[in-house]
Design a protein around this ligand. Structure first.
Ligand code: MOS
Length: 736
């Protein structure tokens, strides 16, 4: 079905058993904790399997002058050393289209693979990798965003969103506004830091390639690999039943997959490889750093007259992806005069791509901090400022919101958090050596829908099997799909088998952009709907009124066991496609974050004390996995506010802190009391489930609530993330 009209009352509302929405434990939980869930690097393929290890370029830009592989080739166990001299010609394109490797002597970025050593064991391959002797002719590169802003260009259109948008006359409205904020915020380079490293086992059967690989969007990955290897897409099979986190770092295809595939084809043996943690930082993608200027002009009552957001981010010269940090500024608040612009600076560092909530995650770090600064200037409560700028329709597209209950989130959050106890004047609350403050910020994230298909089959033993090329990156996909099928077919969840993570199954959206659950779940909903009709017809009942429960189908007059109707098995296909609803309605999930922090009065050490997120995202499919997703996003936001920072050496284009000892993400000691709740909402325009995306909502705005709490605690406004104690120290109030 195509989403062209509102969804009426359906089987999830009428006669539902309440399975969808329940806080059910993960159906794959036991497999995960017992080691039964096999990840890409744990896959094996017989005794002939070989291991590969990547050799990275050790300069930022230049050319390979010579590459001597003789010592490596003679090393124990080595069977192949791939370099640009013996690698095949490959298809090209940006990182969403192709991922060619070892294409020539030129080096475009630090860490670009220059060789791939294949041996009988991983240890032999790794040892031999250090024997590959590469000599370079370095040339000067452009590495740092802030020193190359003069190179900025307008990026090409991306995903239907244009780089610039204008409504009214921003310049004069801002100039004439009685109250103004004009501030610049920066966010650093960030790395996804998922637990599972990128890994692939490649094998060929004739001209058909099978890759066991950690990948979020299998059907997209299939296309990228086919384009790169110049083979038909149907000759590529991706298998990825379990993925140890992705956050966008496994959205596309990385060098591990292509190198393993090429080596395996040359050797006619299975080849397995994994990137080390250090390699992940340079060989795969990251989130660009940003420089963001926010301008807000209001009347004396705080009504926005002009809102402007300018964003700079960087990427390789051959890439178009930019950090779309002004996206939410186009839709979040009312105001007649608006200007948003994205500029892309070509840089000679690894490919910048999506990381959890690309755009909003860092855009809200700036916008929601600026709103806090504006509230103070107006002497208004920050929540009241948001209420005064609540739009009645999308302020740029002039279309209605599909559903929007931001004010309810703000009010419920304020009530639960005790916002009325906040002292608006900074630096007033002390708890021993801690200066204590509260902050809030708004969460919002777009709700896209992607083409997805599903097949559901009911067998004579009373079990149903769901099949689709969907992935579960730790989010709970297996569980929500089991819940949807169980609800629709009137079966207990134990009777549902979910088979995903394989491109032999019907095409699915994959896990990305917060579209996974809504898209795949809707395709399954449609498939179950078709199966219900088939079953009803077989039973001679009216599909509209037949009720499915306890493994039976029932009408007013009779009840039949499903197992008596399916014969040797009965199956059905379903499909969901985005339609005009995505153009006629502005679709976002919403929320409000509240944070309380302590700032050490002498050292500037920041400690989160408690945090609450209140969200609305349409129908919640599983209260437990949804809450976990939201909390995970909020923790990610804590990292963005306080910890995460890839440090670039601007001389060599090298990431200095390329491991988890030096690239800090929050640990348990950083996260005290934290909670997330979802308010009831159904979105009739989003999809048949009436759900909206939650995977990225939790991070959106979370960090800004912490920045605002820090300001409230100690009066220091830090606009350069992360807010580390060195930045706070000089701004702390002097103690008597
Ligand atoms: Mo997401 S950044 O689309 O995995």
């Amino acid at each position: 079905m195509e989403m062209n009209s509102p969804v009426g009352a359906n089987a999830l509302d009428v006669g539902a058993d309440g399975i969808v929405g329940k806080p059910m434990d993960r159906v794959d939980g036991r497999l995960k904790v017992t080691g039964g869930a096999r990840y890409a690097y744990e896959m094996r393929q017989g005794p002939s399997m070989l291991y590969g290890f990547v050799v990275e370029a050790s300069i930022g830009k230049g050319k390979i002058r010579s590459i001597d592989t003789r010592a490596a080739e003679k090393a124990p166990g080595v069977v192949l050393v791939l370099t640009h001299r013996n690698a095949p010609e490959q298809g090209t394109g940006n990182h969403r289209e192709a991922h060619p490797v070892l294409t020539g002597p030129q080096v475009t970025r630090y860490g670009e693979p220059v060789a791939f050593v294949v041996a009988d064991s991983f240890e032999q391959a790794r040892a031999a990798a250090y024997l590959v002797d590469v000599k370079y002719d370095p040339s000067s590169g452009k590495y740092a965003l802030r020193t190359n802003l003069d190179q900025a260009r307008v990026p090409h259109q991306r995903d239907g969103a244009v780089a610039d948008s204008t409504v009214g006359d921003f310049a004069s409205a801002f100039a004439d506004a009685p109250v103004q904020i004009d501030e610049t915020y920066t966010t650093p380079l960030q790395s996804h830091a998922m637990m599972e490293p990128h890994a692939t086992l490649a094998m060929w059967d004739g001209d058909k390639l099978v890759l066991h690989t950690a990948n979020q969007m299998l059907n997209q990955g299939q296309k990228v690999i086919a384009t790169t290897l110049k083979i038909p897409v149907e000759n590529v099979r991706l298998v990825s039943p379990f993925i140890g986190g992705g956050f966008g770092g496994k959205l596309w295809v990385n060098a591990d997959a292509i190198l393993a595939a090429i080596a395996s084809r040359q050797l006619q043996r299975p080849v397995k490889t994994a990137l080390t943690r250090q390699q992940i930082f340079h060989v795969t993608t990251h989130r660009s750093d940003t420089i963001q200027r926010i301008r807000l002009g209001t009347d004396r009552d705080g009504r926005i007259l002009a809102i402007g957001h300018d964003v700079f981010s960087g990427n390789l010269p051959t890439e178009q992806t930019y950090e779309a940090a002004a996206l939410q500024t186009r839709t979040l608040y009312a105001g007649p005069n608006r200007l948003t612009r994205h500029r892309l600076v070509p840089l000679d560092i690894p490919v910048a791509s999506s990381m959890r909530a690309p755009g909003e995650a860092v855009g809200l770090l700036a916008l929601e901090c600026a709103m806090d600064e504006l509230a103070e200037k107006l002497n208004l409560d920050p929540i009241e400022l948001r209420m005064r700028n609540e739009p009645s329709e999308d302020p740029e597209k002039h279309i209605p919101y599909s559903s929007r209950h931001l004010i309810a989130c703000l009010q419920e959050g304020a009530r639960r958090f005790g916002w009325d106890k906040r002292n608006a004047k900074p630096g007033q609350v002390r708890d021993g050596r801690w200066l204590v403050g509260m902050g809030m910020a708004v969460a919002t994230r777009g709700n896209p829908l992607q083409l997805s298909k599903a097949n559901v089959r009911l067998d004579s033993d009373g079990t149903a099997t769901v099949r689709m090329a969907m992935t579960d990156i730790g989010t709970g996909t297996y569980t929500i799909l089991a819940q949807i099928a169980a609800e629709m077919l009137g079966l207990p969840t134990e009777r549902i088998r979910v088979e995903i993570g394989d491109t032999i199954f019907p095409q699915a959206a994959g896990s990305g952009g917060s579209f996974g659950a809504g898209s795949s779940g809707s395709a399954l909903f449609e498939a179950c709907h078709v199966l219900r009709e088939k079953l009803a017809r077989t039973a001679g009942m009216d599909p509209k009124t037949a009720r499915f429960a306890n493994g039976s189908i029932a009408s007013e007059e009779q009840s039949r066991k499903l197992t008596d109707l399916v014969g040797t098995g009965m199956d059905a296909d379903g499909e969901i496609q985005p339609g005009s609803n995505n153009k006629n309605f502005s679709q976002q999930s919403y929320g409000a974050h509240f944070a309380e922090v302590g700032v050490d009065v002498d050292t500037g050490e920041v400690r989160l004390r408690r945090m609450l997120g209140v969200f609305t995202a349409g129908r919640v499919l599983n209260a437990k996995t949804a809450r976990s997703q939201a909390i995970g996003g909020m923790v990610f936001g804590v990292g963005a506010a306080l910890h995460e920072d890839v440090t670039l050496d601007p001389r060599f284009g090298y990431y200095v802190n390329h491991d988890l000892a030096e690239y800090h993400v929050p640990v348990h000691a950083d996260i005290p009391t934290i909670d997330a709740i979802f308010l009831a909402e159904l979105d009739n325009e989003s999809n048949p489930l009436k759900s909206k995306g939650i995977g990225e909502l939790g991070i959106c705005g979370a960090g800004a609530s912490i920045a605002n709490a820090i300001y409230n605690a100690c009066g220091a406004r830090i606009r350069d993330y992360p807010i580390t104690l060195d930045k706070l120290l000089a701004k702390l109030p002097v103690q008597a």
